[in-house]
Write a protein that binds this ligand. Structure first.
Ligand code: ADP
Ligand code: MG
Length: 656
């Protein structure tokens, strides 16, 4: 899980370059107790600080979970230090005027959890190191060994994967040292513990692996590790394993939305959301489980920083959080107090004057540009993208409805599962490495973004039409009905050419609705195959001009990136259409259904098709050829249903 490759460290002192580490190669296991032994000045502390991200290396590479840290940015290092690493030093570094409990809790201040939860975790960590009875004492009232235990509890309270200890027993007598070593030995059963020491006896007795360092080089390693798994799965086994994980992905999606809101379901959904970069799901979950859980999930599960977004409408989350975090103990007065999370959240929704603010930012750009990396406008306009899928049928790829059977097919949800995303040109240059082709230059050009390993996820291949686009929904529906499903797609292998040859076409919403002069309404033509095929044939192509991979290991975008120019283009073009103009001229009337907005009674509460009967004999005599009467009747009903559906849509539309 941790791999050092040719790590060197030089210090420049005056004019001289001092080589402290001269090419260190080590691979650590997920859990082991490794002791680094060596004389004073051999570079042990320097090495440990590099492993913990406290110091940078001069050359070589440190790989964390097989990912190189060469391109780590500050935020990646922060995430690594804050969530993966715990430090214990020779000097305990405790704050003298704070209690033991407060010292441990301090390590949790940045993690965003509530005070109550922080207290609970700190008590648990102190109990784990055998200090249950001493939580309210000040450090000075403890022995050296006890103070070091406090430091260990503090390092463990964030539940890191790796514990780094620099001469933890350096200031302790031998009896106390043994207790600390016992504790570290216990911890190393579940975590990677790397301890620097100059005491070979202690290392020998307690550590599972001894690495000796001399003059900046490794001179021995008692239990080297090559980074490979102990058992090599043969290919058949590997294939079965892969199959299994694929199935569990689909099973996860097969849970109903209600199930997803249970704790286990939520974990799966957040994992799913994180894996395809749709952290917005967490916001939806927040409504059901409270904002505290939202903060926890975002902090613990994603660790990635997201841009500051200013929306047209926003809720004052801060006040809700503060209200929720207050330490007030209402148990004291023996009464149950209502915690008004929902009403205060809903009550704090405000409208922002985005237009003026946008204008203001542009006007004062000179003054703010040093503090802002990039300013990006987002409109709630999603390009409508169609393609011919693997089965040869016309398919709407974006906004997608491939998960409609589990997620209800709402526009909101589909925007979170979409792999088509807007990306500023400047950001593309910074974030993407071009593997083939080039980056887009204009509105009708896009790039495909692969994973960092250059792979293409199956969510993306589905949304590029490389499989049967109905398949996901079919599978999920079956799973929800309790049937078992075998997913037997062979994994695709594609060339960059193949990807750039995928034909995506841009459709405009205005073209999808066709004017019906008889009823003075606009019909949704999406279910009319012939109409859509013609529209598709004449539509303009969105050219995939390049294949790229993200530079940043923590960036989870993988999909299709388009320029903001595409959205502006769609907006401009739409403004020029008949239906939009007509709507703008008649703000009272919903031009789709030719009814007044907001009039509840304007929606019909009967079904049009119930009023119509089809006289099959009349049809037969009119057409005078041998026809399937039932089929005609069914088609006619379908057509009426379609029109009546447009008029009597059950969500009430608004002018905005
Ligand atoms: P150890 O922990 O094994 O005693 P260190 O890693 O602390 O050794 O130090 C190794 C060498 O690097 C020492 O010679 C020390 O003087 C030197 N060194 C450590 N930090 C710096 C620094 N910031 N600038 C210059 N030299 C340093
Ligand atoms: Mg040292």
């Amino acid at each position: 899980m941790l791999e050092l490759r040719g790590i060197t460290k030089n210090y420049i002192v005056g004019d001289a370059k001092q080589k402290i580490l001269k090419g260190i190669d080590i691979n650590f296991r997920e859990s082991e107790f490794a002791a680094i032994l060596g004389p004073s000045g051999s570079g042990k502390t320097t090495l440990l600080n590099i492993i913990g991200g406290l110091d940078d290396y001069s050359s070589g590479d440190l790989k964390i979970n097989e990912v190189s840290t060469k391109r780590y940015r500050d935020k990646d290092w922060d995430a690594y230090r804050n969530h993966r690493i715990g430090f214990v030093f020779q000097s305990y570094n405790l704050i003298p005027h704070q209690t033991v409990l407060a010292n441990v809790k301090l390590a949790l201040t940045l993690s965003g959890i509530s005070k109550r939860e922080a207290t609970r975790r700190a008590r648990k960590a102190l109990e784990d190191v055998g200090l249950k009875e001493h939580t309210d004492k000040k450090p000075a009232q403890l022995s050296g060994g006890q103070m070091q235990r406090v430091a260990i509890a503090r390092a463990l309270v964030n539940d890191p994967d790796i514990l780094l200890a620099d001469e933890p027993t350096g200031a302790l007598d031998s009896a106390t040292s043994i207790q600390i070593m016992d504790l570290l030995h216990e911890i190393a059963k579940k975590k990677l513990v790397i301890m620097v020491t100059h005491n070979p006896d202690l290392a020998d007795k307690y550590a599972s692996r001894i690495i000796t360092l001399k003059d900046g080089k490794i001179t021995s390693d008692s239990d080297p590790y090559d980074g490979k798994r102990k058992t090599n799965l043969n290919t058949e086994e590997a294939a079965r394993k892969q199959h299994k994980t694929r199935m569990s992905f689909f099973t996860a999606l097969g849970l109903s939305l209600k199930n997803l809101l249970t704790k286990k379901g939520r974990t799966i959904l957040v994992a799913f959301a994180g894996s395809i970069g749709i952290i917005g799901i967490a916001l939806i979950l927040a409504v059901s489980s409270g904002f505290q859980a939202y903060i926890d999930q975002v902090q613990e599960d994603t660790l990635t920083s997201y841009p500051l977004a200013i929306m047209r409408e926003s809720a004052d989350v801060t006040s809700v959080l503060l209200n929720n975090l207050s330490d007030e103990d209402s148990i004291k007065d023996g009464k149950v107090h209502e915690n008004q999370v929902l009403s205060s959240t809903l009550g704090s929704v405000v409208k922002n004057d985005i237009k003026d603010f946008q204008h203001f930012l542009r006007e004062h750009w000179g003054e703010i540009k040093d503090d802002v990396r990039l300013l990006e406008d987002e409109y709630s306009v999603e390009p409508i993208i169609y393609s011919v899928d693997a089965t040869g049928k016309l398919a709407q790829l974006n906004p997608n409805n491939m998960f409609s059977s589990v997620l209800g097919g709402s526009q909101l949800i589909s925007s979170y599962t979409s792999v088509y995303k807007q990306y500023e040109r400047e950001n593309m240059e910074q974030d993407f490495k071009v593997l083939a082709g080039r980056l887009p230059e204009q509105y009708n050009e896009v790039v495909v973004v692969l994973s960092q390993e250059g792979k293409i996820g199956d969510l993306l291949t589905y949304e590029l039409g490389l499989h049967d686009t109905d398949e996901l929904n079919t599978i999920i529906s079956k799973l929800m009905a309790g049937e078992t499903v075998e997913v037997k797609n062979e994994p695709l292998v594609l060339t960059y050419e193949d990807i750039m040859n995928i034909k995506l076409k841009l459709l405009y919403a205005a073209d999808i609705y066709k004017y019906n002069p008889d009823y003075n309404i606009y019909e949704d033509m999406r279910s009319n195959e012939k109409y859509m095929q013609e529209l598709y044939d004449n539509a303009e192509q969105l050219k995939i001009v390049g294949v790229t991979t993200p530079r940043d290991s923590l960036m989870s975008l993988s999909g299709v990136a388009y320029l903001p120019e595409l959205v502006t283009h769609i907006i401009e073009k739409s403004a020029d259409t008949e239906i939009v103009k007509k709507q703008l001229e008649n703000p009272e009337i919903d031009v789709f259904s030719n009814t007044k907005f907001g009039e509840e009674g304007s929606g019909y509460d009967f079904s049009l098709q119930d009023l119509v009967t089809v006289d099959q004999n009349k049809i037969a005599s009119a057409v005078k050829v041998d026809i399937d009467k039932n089929a005609i009747a069914a088609k006619t009903h379908e057509y009426i249903e379609q029109i009546s559906g447009d008029i009597t849509a059950d969500t009430s539309p608004v002018y905005d």
